[in-house]
Design a protein around this ligand. Sequence first.
Ligand SMILES: *Cc1c(COP(=O)(O)O)cnc(C)c1O
Length: 394
Amino acid sequence: MDQLPDFPRPHGGEPWLLTPGPLSTALETKQEMLRDWGSWDGDFRKMTADMCARLLEIAGDHTGEFACVPMQGSGSFAVEAMLGSLVPRDGKVLVLANGAYGQRAVETLRYLGRAHVVIDKGDYLPPRGPEVAEVLDADTAITHVVAIHCETSSGILNPIEEIAQTVAAHGRKLLIDSMSAFGALSLEVGQVPFEALVSSANKCIEGVPGFGFVIARRSALEAAAGNSHSLALDLHAQWSYMEKTGQWRYTPPTHVVAAFLRALDIHAREGGVAGRGARYRENRDVMVAGMRALGFETLLADRWLSPIIVTFFNPADPAFDFNRFYDLMKTQGFVIYPGKLTVVDSFRIGCIGRMDGSVMQGVVDAAAHALREMGVASAAPPAQALAERARLAP
Ligand SMILES: *Cc1c(COP(=O)(O)O)cnc(C)c1O
């Protein structure tokens, strides 16, 4: 097997991005962007076809039942394209929300004028099969369920198989936002029943930002003609044009696609989903153990901690100031992420990107140094945050 590429400090001494995308990418990925491609040219059409075939392979589609449709823009554009195109105008959606991305799906459906209901679990808890079953039993108008695979705002890993089995048993269609999980956590069409999943270039495949992609049942795409509210985000139109011509409907992010192909090579070299997931788990384990040794506490119990991103409570010590902490981390070469929770103060550290355990140990050492600089004696969170956690997530 090929040697894993090293994890040198990113090119030009830039800091490591401990963020859930854009993230630190391999130098060889970035270098792919040094040449120009004509969007109509056969070479680029071949790159698009190759990319889609490889994504379908990662999704475990060996029968050709599914198709991959890339969509220009950030991940939210692809989510909106999926929702607006695959949910008919008279459809009704159940959104399983436990954080900002679930809420964004709700907001998107509101913009689209699609009927929807929500199971909102707050920040700490995953939606579970039985409560989904209860809502589906009670409301036969629901046609689709939207689930977030890894809710990146807290880092919670939702039980996607349990949800998928429930939705399938009730004869409804599941749309999965696997943005921050696809490529690192297994999600295969033969194992998890779903209608479509959506992800993007700049998450676990470790490409640069510029497009998302929807992997959908061909039958769903065929049925989607005329559903879309939007010309540019019409997934059916993008798919049928691509089937006919091999081209993207409007200007594609050519350099981003070239970089993404290289990122897919590296993904395969690393052992695909299993290899990538193993490295991210190692990243998480090194980082979480080190942070806990400093007194930090995770928002979530171990059982729901994803290998994608981890939320920590801010320390209670009045000497702790997040902005100062952020700056001190950045000076040492690590860009962290503020929290995205509604109730308690928190920050996040991502485990995804071109980093290994030794980089994550560097993060922990940098955090220890930052605490000393600020004069923070203990990184323990406020008692009230812990009480809240114990109450909501026993
Ligand atoms: C990153 C992400 C998105 C898309 O966010 P963009 O900023 O539009 O790329 C959607 N859902 C989840 C779960 C994500 O992690």
